[in-house]
Design a protein around this ligand. Structure first.
Ligand code: 5RP
Length: 236
């Protein structure tokens, strides 16, 4: 019979050998998951990765918790850390949301945000899941801090975004909901229905959403439960 403990120990040793503790001379990884981070020595300060490494959301979260950074290494030389611009917003829409997206992008620029426009770029008919998915991935991969998805009603885009691990998309219609979605639910994607709300309200909603911090406290426990629910089904 296979000795599970021995195998786990062997895997751990292999991972540690690949990553080292906090030396920049270790071979950079091109894929990092939660297990890689867990297997690090307690004194580890960073993980060396290749410039196009895939890092799972759980690995990023765990690394953040333990103050471990990801360093992009070219050959054996460390060249930079993976950035997360705290003012970068991914935005996407379908044909119904296109005019509102244009307005919101211009406001976001005025407010000093970097905008990643994931399309669509006209009112020609398209499928909202393609664009909601693209935005959600940008947030899930931590390329952007927040995402905004817009379609006719805001429903389908929210459904799509919420399928992407790490995303908490809130479909909102008013100022109370946007504020609540940040304060209580730590929403990282906002979904708007361009056929439901007017331009002026949408601008105010986005500004309020971006300016409202997560309240933490009892809400942290509940958000942790949302994420635990997601993890349960990811494993399955
Ligand atoms: O609201 C939406 C999804 O939530 C879409 O914008 C809507 O379904 C698109 O419909 P149509 O193709 O008739 O413009």
């Amino acid at each position: 019979m296979v000795d599970r403990v021995k195998i786990e120990q062997l895997v751990k040793e292999k991972l540690l050998a690949r990553m080292g503790e906090n030396s920049s001379t270790t071979k950079p990884l091109d894929f990092v998951n939660e297990e890689h981070v867990r297997s690090l020595d307690k004194s580890a300060k960073y993980i060396s990765i290749t410039s196009n490494a895939v890092i799972t959301t759980l690995a990023r979260d765990l690394a953040e918790t333990h103050n471990i950074e990801f360093r992009v290494v070219s050959g054996n030389q460390s060249v930079s850390s993976v950035p997360q611009n705290p003012r970068s917003i991914a935005i996407g829409c379908d044909h119904g949301g296109f005019p509102l997206k244009k307005v919101l992008i211009s406001e976001l620029h005025k407010w000093g945000y970097d905008v990643c426009d994931m399309g669509t770029h006209s009112t020609d008919s398209v499928d909202y899941p393609d664009f909601a998915h693209a935005v959600a991935e940008m947030v899930s991969q931590k390329n952007c801090i927040f995402g905004i998805v817009i379609d006719g009603a805001g429903i389908g885009s929210a459904m799509t975004a919420n399928k992407v691990p790490g995303v908490r998309a809130a479909h909102c219609h008013n100022l109370f909901e946007v504020k609540n979605s940040k304060e209580h639910n730590n929403a990282n994607v906002l979904s708007l229905g361009a056929r439901v709300i007017g331009e002026g309200l949408a601008i105010e909603m986005v500004k309020t959403w971006l300016d409202t911090p997560f309240a933490g406290g009892r809400h942290q426990r509940r958000v942790d439960k949302i994420m635990a629910t997601e993890r349960k089904y990811l494993r399955g």
